[in-house]
Design a protein around this ligand. Structure first.
Ligand SMILES: *Cc1c(COP(=O)(O)O)cnc(C)c1O
Length: 444
């Protein structure tokens, strides 16, 4: 069960997916709704550290962390022990019926570790989408305004409101409308694709956004600006330098709630505890989920006490929000992040990956951009003149999968390879994964 029990080496003993996985896949097709996809239909029996083991006896290198969730690794013994201890005492009372200490402790921890030393409050929920929905509810209630500003390439979830906040139509929105009103989309400071060059991107994009908000919506009507401090599903787009601070300044000057959606970037992933810290940005509200509880479902909104407490009693909540087992897992996971200095480890991972990928980019013209921070690194594949190249991405991914490397894609144009290894992965596995990726480019 513990991390050390899963041998930290790659082992490919069958085709991938192997015969047992393919059998399970047949059962799945007959039983599971088709709309739920799987990047790599290899059925898992055990996972730990940087390795995922499957039903056919293969051991795959994990460059996905279940989409930036298992930052502390899979089945970290501290997370397992503390959750199991809680499970043995009680499974659920509903915090809105009979509260318990672990929920309060998680909120205290979030209030302490999120950016800014102002007084804060938190609420616990089940998923990232639910956290974003609640942040919008809180901002609207606190400001008495309705408009919400979001950005090109944004991803905020799959519920009705968060689909509306999300930019990309296929597969997230197609056929699922109508979407909620009062959602306004603005240009993103995407340095690699900025028409006048990356050095002008931050200030020019910020000027466009503030101008469009003023002219098209009216700043006095805007409840919240919601933004990912590094866009995740959109392709690991880091806002160009200066963009986020300029947007925050505009929000402060106009009474707009600045919401940082750190569902993917949070909890040491980017080499800071939260990605906002990179430019000293202090959000009014911050949404978290994915990396919060070592794999158990938990999410939160944390923010300024006066905003969070503006909502009437009983206005926020949910049956399962802040489930006691998930809270216990979060407390153990946060302790592991702090005591093992996973922030520092994420920076080391970033240095190693960026170093090797930048060299790879010199050898392969198809790699147009290498970007990201910490253990959240991406490469964007292009043809001449930056035309997106999703076809080559498909071939690279299948090769890596066949060699036992779990690798994900992203991006509005489906041409970004994203790497999100667990922060406890060893350098040897990291290098081996990058070797496989390099082979894939050589064979293209
Ligand atoms: C994954 C994600 C969400 C949605 O989280 P779920 O737990 O899947 O609902 C929201 N925002 C961002 C930035 C995400 O990466």
């Amino acid at each position: 069960m513990a991390v050390t029990e899963v041998a930290q080496s790659r082992r490919v003993v069958t085709e991938i997916p192997g015969p047992k996985s393919r059998e399970l896949q047949e059962r799945r097709v007959a039983a599971v709704a088709k709309g739920v996809g799987s990047v790599l239909p290899v059925y898992v029996t055990r996972a730990g550290g940087g390795i995922v083991e499957d039903v056919d006896g293969n051991a795959l290198i994990d460059f996905g962390s279940g989409i930036a969730v298992t930052n502390v690794g899979n089945a970290d013994p501290r997370v397992v022990e503390r959750s199991a201890e809680q499970l043995g005492r009680f499974t659920h009372t509903c915090f809105m019926v009979n509260p318990y200490e672990a929920y309060v402790e998680v909120c205290e921890a979030l209030n302490r570790i999120t950016p800014g030393d102002h007084e804060k409050r938190s609420i616990l929920l089940n998923s990232g989408a639910e956290a974003v929905e609640n942040a919008v509810k809180i901002a609207r209630s606190a400001t008495g305004r309705q408009a919400v500003v979001v950005f090109d390439h944004a991803y905020h979830g799959r519920t009705n409101l968060t689909m509306g906040l999300t930019a990309k139509n296929m597969p997230y929105k197609q056929g699922f409308g109508p979407f909620a009103g009062e959602i306004h989309r603005m240009p993103m400071a995407y340095a690699y694709r900025w028409p006048t060059g990356p050095e002008n991107c931050g200030p020019e994009a910020a000027a466009m956004v503030t101008d469009q908000i003023t002219k098209q919506i009216g700043a006095e009507n805007v409840a919240a600006v919601v933004i990912e401090p590094i866009q995740g599903e959109g392709g690991f787009i880091e806002p160009a330098p200066g963009f986020l601070p300029a947007i925050v300044e505009f929000c402060r000057a106009n009474g707009i709630v600045f919401v940082a959606d750190e569902v993917q970037t949070g909890f040491a992933r980017t080499g800071d505890m939260f990605a906002c810290e990179h430019e000293g940005v202090v959000p009014d509200l911050i949404t978290t989920a994915k990396g919060i509880a070592g794999g158990l479902p938990l999410a939160a909104v944390t923010g300024r006490a006066e905003l969070m407490d503006a909502v009437h009693g009983g206005g926020l909540g949910g049956t399962y929000g802040g489930n006691p087992t998930a809270c216990a897992a979060a407390l153990a996971s946060l302790e592991a992040i702090e005591s093992d200095d996973l922030v520092g480890r994420a920076r080391e991972i970033g240095d190693l990956m960026l170093g090797r990928l930048r060299k790879l980019a010199e050898e392969h013209a198809i790699i147009g951009d290498v970007r990201g921070r910490g253990a959240m690194i991406a490469i964007e594949l292009v043809k001449d003149d930056k035309t997106p190249d999703p076809e080559s991405l498909g071939r690279i991914l299948s090769y890596c999968h066949s060699r036992g490397l779990v690798l994900l894609s992203a991006g509005t144009y489906g041409n970004v390879i994203r790497m999100l290894p667990p922060l406890v992965i060893g350098d040897d596995l990291l290098n081996e994964g990058l070797d496989i990726l390099a082979e894939a480019f050589d064979r293209l």
